[in-house]
Ligand binder design. Sequence first.
Ligand SMILES: Cc1cc2nc3c(=O)[nH]c(=O)nc-3n(C[C@H](O)[C@H](O)[C@H](O)COP(=O)(O)OP(=O)(O)OC[C@H]3O[C@@H](n4cnc5c(N)ncnc54)[C@H](O)[C@@H]3O)c2cc1C
Length: 317
Amino acid sequence: MDKENKRVLFDTVIVGCGPAGLTAAIYSGRARFKTVVLQSRLVASQVLTTSEVENYPGFVGAVSGFELIDKFQKQAESFGVEIVSATVSEIRKNKENFQVVTDDQIYDAKSVIIASGAQPKELGVDGEIRLRGKGVSYCGTCDGAFFRNKKIIVVGGGDTAVEEALFLTKFAETVTIVHRRDRLRAVKILEERAFSCEKISFIWDSVVRQIEGAEKVESIILENVKSKEKEKVFCDGVFIFVGYLPNVGFMKDFLDKDEKGYIITDSNMVTSHSGIFACGDCRNTSLRQVITACGDGAIAAQSARYYLEELMGVGYK
Ligand SMILES: Cc1cc2nc3c(=O)[nH]c(=O)nc-3n(C[C@H](O)[C@H](O)[C@H](O)COP(=O)(O)OP(=O)(O)OC[C@H]3O[C@@H](n4cnc5c(N)ncnc54)[C@H](O)[C@@H]3O)c2cc1C
């Protein structure tokens, strides 16, 4: 593809098509800015890996992640926003504009909103990479159905781990939650459900040291962090939910990041680089949820609007 032949100048290029990026798109489209949303061909919005979202206001019971994103997208498109599948590999800046470089096109932009989300962290233990897709998974919604009547280990103790463990009980014979502490970090309502679920059991104070199996997962080696004793546990699948890493590789050293790699913003989603805003799970924030990503997206678009109006000389003082 000839990246140089298809140059288009946008008021705002939004990197990421999850709740943060799509909310920013709705606000930017309503402000009548020429806006494009780029979504990676390689990494999906985390909401699309979620079976049900039951804490997003307006849906009694629950809404599927797919339905939510579909509605957000249609709403953004109704305000004239373009949504394109393209993976951003780099962002540059010349005297006038930013250049958002993707796998098949460069998008010139007066402002950029980064809403690229995060991805599950690996455990970093022996066997994890080799057995990925052969019993090792990071997504219950994607892979749960392959584990009908099987024995599953869920690693982690936060909201996502417990939520996914509960979801996996729809398929599995047993689900064992392995957590390095002696209590869960998950919100009470999830804890109550997990404690009262017959299929779920717990192994506390323990970490996974190795995942074993020739062609597929057969067992794991656990270590008790207090006694240091090791134990082999036979299982068919290991689902890992031990935190996330921000998708910010394409930014290289362009923006200031915190010690975990999250983009540093102020409360207006302003980054260390004028004209670039960041929102949602890719930024340093205390809560990473759909609702907070949406709120961030709205603020980022509002800040981008003020920036663009100043640039055009039509800003309100
Ligand atoms: C299993 C699971 C269950 C969850 N359950 C809930 C729940 O019940 N309730 C709740 O509120 N939250 C839940 N969350 C958290 C919620 O999904 C996230 O907080 C939310 O999706 C963050 O939105 P975001 O827009 O910041 O990022 P994401 O939704 O992750 O979207 C990131 C976007 O950036 C794009 N992208 C990434 N890199 C690039 C690139 N280089 N170029 C172009 N595009 C790129 C991706 O394609 C994607 O479109 C859950 C998360 C997980 C993983």
